[in-house]
Design a protein around this ligand. Sequence first.
Ligand code: ATP
Ligand code: LTN
Length: 328
Amino acid sequence: MKRLLSGVKPTGELTLGNYIGALRQFVEMQKEYETFVFVADLHALTVYNDPTELKRRIKDIVAVYLACGLDPKYTTLFIQSENMYHTNLAWILECNSYMGEMSRMTQFKDKSKGKNNEAISCGLFTYPDLMAADILIYDADVVPVGVDQKQHVELARNLAERFNNKYGETFKVPEPIIPSSGAKIYDLQNPEKKMSKTENSSKGCIMLLEDVESARKKIMSAVTDSESKVYYDKENKPGISNLLAIYSSLKGISIEEAENKFKESNYGEFKRCVADEVVKLLTDIQNKYNEVLESGFADKILDDSNAKVRAIAQKKVEEAFSKVGVGR
Ligand code: ATP
Ligand code: LTN
């Protein structure tokens, strides 16, 4: 069975963008692949996070993952920092990656734009190496991510190939998987920008655990355009196109099918249908989230996974250390 791996940073409450661009894929694919999903808590340290908040969010994300349908029968769910081999391998990869290629990472450019060099952590610059370590340490075949992370998975591929050429076959070269619709969900108030848990106005971003009526209002007041016809045109109708992407991915239909369904509707009717789908999703996730918290079984799952992932990672790191020549 092929192996799938992916992670989410606990830098904020999970959003509808995370669900459509990432979580939903994991749930759909977990029976087809040997699935590893983790909370990338070390990645959260690339920017300052309040320690108490961070701890709370890590646990929260585990509960949301389970609420969204990740099933421990199929998925090994773990916390990155509880397996310290990731950072061991990240160092080896850092020493085999170059300033030039790291400087071309568009997410680094975006996140550091306008900031003084003294205010950007080195971790933010080298974090794609840690991400490559997360992937290569498990010999992952596929890595489902939103389109914004594709470049980082490509870096992981290059690093695997480079290492294998230099030191002999060690790492599997992973493939990114990008969802066809909903690869990028945009801010409802500013549909040129990604819906992001850290960077946007709260009116433009829907949180998976937020009050459902507040989510409905956000959809109803999403920015659109001065036309009144519903069709997909990302350039000229970014707001409507974003809502079509949200609707079609939640219904599991194509954008064309969604366009067809709403070709006679005005914006108000269309938005109401999108809002109904979002409310349905949130209600379901929130009910299950409360069940997970009450049952207290998340800790047991994490303990079991931890033993498993450490054993796999230790083997890979020892192999890499031995190949590069460190140790006795
Ligand atoms: P931030 O908003 O803090 O930059 P993020 O949400 O992009 O963070 P993660 O939480 O680590 O970062 O993302 C987890 C996964 O969710 C990634 O695969 C990412 O591509 C995907 N994702 C995040 N936001 C969106 C979005 N708006 N649309 C589609 N996919 C998204
Ligand atoms: N960098 C990713 C989260 C992440 C990840 C990974 C995703 C960390 N390690 C390994 C896939 C595979 C992000 O910021 N979204």
